[in-house]
Design a protein around this ligand. Structure first.
Ligand SMILES: Cc1cc2nc3c(=O)[nH]c(=O)nc-3n(C[C@H](O)[C@H](O)[C@H](O)COP(=O)(O)OP(=O)(O)OC[C@H]3O[C@@H](n4cnc5c(N)ncnc54)[C@H](O)[C@@H]3O)c2cc1C
Length: 414
């Protein structure tokens, strides 16, 4: 009987983890000449979005270990080839949907791919002596030909040996809340508002970045960057997706109580324009305005706004039985100010996959009672410790950058 692994969330960390688990399993089958049908792990991803790679989200910077992982999974070269070459060699700026599309495509191309259950929101988790009972329901339901939020309380349940929380932002992560409780999983919004205009383009402008000055102190950041995105019609084509160049114009500005003062979507373009006025360089100002106007007008371009959240470290990354484990934003939620969230989430996923698959050729999960085998618990603790060592300094630098942008004093000197 294969070990039943559920991953909640088909975001960056969930899809990278599934890719590594599926590949490791295929290698073990090959090395140990076990029949593929026997299966060592069965991996199911639960994603509440109907289309995990839908056009919801902006551009993600990928750097450091994130780039190595994209190369290992076989999508790095393609993304680099589609990038304009105007960013430093050790960075890639890519639309979130394009990245997920390629990573989901790689997963689907594996000989024994994970199952991805979309439009499936995990509502509740319960640890039992046999495993974790995972209860879910459709996020949307079709009523009179229209997709609307599902209010039917009926839940389906399934039993898993291990449930991995790749479900993002700790306060809404079911796994983080199950491990730490609602109160301790809470995160704080950062006093910043990020607004982005994104448009496909033939030849992107030169990258440009400056701090916006307000009343004698730093009060925000303005950036123009080339981005790799999907060409029209590429959504749903997986690893065969065609990529094309996009351009992003981003402003990150202080905002008191940003959740309450979050601007309505029809004001986003105007909001960005009000900040681009202060850019001294005439050509950059014109380029910025043209990106924003095209994003506002166009059918393919888009505007995006969000309030970053911050939570230093969840504290514990696994439940005491080891059957619930978190990674990525669910474990450590950093402001996006230095562009490390996605790369750190990918690094967590790779390290966790190594931890879960290292003993695959021997029985891995000898469950004693309701808890996992002691060696696996120790491996999971090593996973959390080693990742904390990588993530903590990056988190501190990102928080300090966000405090600088919001005009506050740094949390701790770097
Ligand atoms: C829609 C979206 C847009 C984003 N846009 C940007 C951006 O423009 N710039 C930036 O820097 N960062 C952005 N981020 C954040 C960035 O992608 C993450 O910080 C980073 O990649 C860490 O990834 P993660 O996999 O840990 O979490 P996430 O990327 O947040 O993925 C979590 C996934 O879990 C799913 N999920 C959550 N709860 C449940 C549940 N109960 N049941 C089923 N599924 C669930 C979510 O739908 C999501 O797909 C965005 C995140 C999201 C979800």
């Amino acid at each position: 009987m294969p070990v039943r692994v559920a991953i909640i969330g088909a975001g960056v960390s969930g899809v990278v983890l599934a890719n590594y688990l599926t590949r490791a399993q295929a290698e073990v089958h090959w090395q140990s000449a076990r029949p593929a049908v026997e299966g060592l792990l069965s991996v199911t991803i639960f994603e509440r979005r109907p289309t995990p790679a839908g056009p919801d989200g902006g551009a993600l910077l990928i750097q450091g270990e994130g780039l190595t992982i994209l190369d290992e999974l076989g999508v790095g070269a393609e993304l680099r080839a589609a990038s304009s070459g105007k960013l430093p060699q050790d960075q890639l700026f890519v639309m979130r949907d394009a990245l997920l599309e390629l990573l989901l495509g790689c997963l689907a191309a594996q000989p024994n791919p994970s199952e991805v259950k979309t439009n499936t929101e995990v509502a509740c988790l319960q640890e039992t002596s046999d495993g974790v009972l995972l209860e879910h329901r459709p996020l949307l339901t079709c009523q009179g030909g229209r997709w609307v939020r599902n209010h039917n309380p009926h839940l389906e349940s399934e039993l898993f040996d291990i449930v991995i929380g790749a479900d993002g932002n700790a306060p809404s992560s079911q796994v983080a809340k199950s491990i730490m409780g609602d109160e301790l999983a809470r995160a704080e919004s950062v006093s910043l508002l990020v607004l982005q205009a994104l448009v496909p383009c033939e030849t992107p402008c030169e990258p440009y970045q400056e701090y916006l000055q307000g009343a004698g102190r730093v009060s925000g950041k303005f950036e123009i960057s080339p981005v790799v995105g999907l060409a029209p019609g590429s959504l749903g084509t997986g690893s065969a997706a065609t990529l094309q160049q996009w351009e992003a114009c981003t402003v990150t500005v202080p905002s008191q109580d940003p959740m309450r003062n979050f601007p309505r979507p029809e004001r986003w373009a105007e909001n960005i324009m009000s900040h681009t006025k202060s850019i001294a360089e005439g050509t950059v100002r014109l380029a910025a305005n043209s990106i924003v106007e095209s994003a506002q007008r166009g059918t393919i371009g888009r505007l995006h706004a969000w309030v970053p959240f911050h939570k230093n470290d969840l504290g514990r990354w696994r439940s005491s039985s080891g059957r619930l484990v978190v990674l990525g934003d669910a474990a450590h939620l950093m402001p996006p100010t230095l562009g490390w969230g996605a790369s750190c989430a990918m690094g967590d996923a790779k390290r966790l996959a190594i931890c879960l698959t290292e003993g695959l050729s021997q029985p891995l999960l000898q469950c004693s009672g309701s808890s996992l085998a002691a060696n696996l618990l120790a491996d999971l603790d090593d996973f959390a410790e080693s990742r904390r060592g990588v993530v903590a300094p990056i988190m501190l630098a990102s928080v300090n950058e966000s405090m600088k942008l919001s005009g506050a004093a740094p949390a701790v000197a770097t």
